[in-house]
Design a protein around this ligand. Structure first.
Ligand code: FES
Length: 109
């Protein structure tokens, strides 16, 4: 079993186990994080699934680059960070992502 470490908008940290492959947005929704509204259901059109990947170097090495649609949406969100911000619906977790640290923000924009 693989796991990620999630810190919510209140600063509370929790470890979540997952089976590979798992969509990160769906995993966060299943864990009842209200910061992840994901109102478009994962079609990359709302940006309400914004997360920070705490280690930008690790994130760059582990995930594909952002598509232009994801980049354009991310620039609209509060707390946008050029290196850390991703849309969780666009990220698939495999076994080699185990140990990833994620930070959530307040819901929506
Ligand atoms: S769920 Fe809407 S962009 Fe990710």
């Amino acid at each position: 079993m693989s796991e990620i470490h999630v810190t919510d908008s209140q600063g509370v940290s929790k470890t979540i186990e997952y089976d590979s492959p798992s969509n990160l947005m769906e995993l966060l929704k299943e864990a009842d994080y209200e910061e992840v509204a994901a109102i478009c259901g994962g079609s990359c059109s709302c940006a309400t699934c914004h997360v920070w990947l705490n280690d930008p170097d690790q994130a760059a090495a582990l995930f594909p680059d952002k598509e232009s649609t994801e980049s354009d949406l991310l620039e609209l969100v509060d707390d946008f960070d050029k290196h850390k911000s991703r849309l969780s619906c666009q990220l698939t977790l495999e076994d080699h992502h185990s140990g990833l640290e994620i930070r959530l923000h307040k819901e929506g924009f």
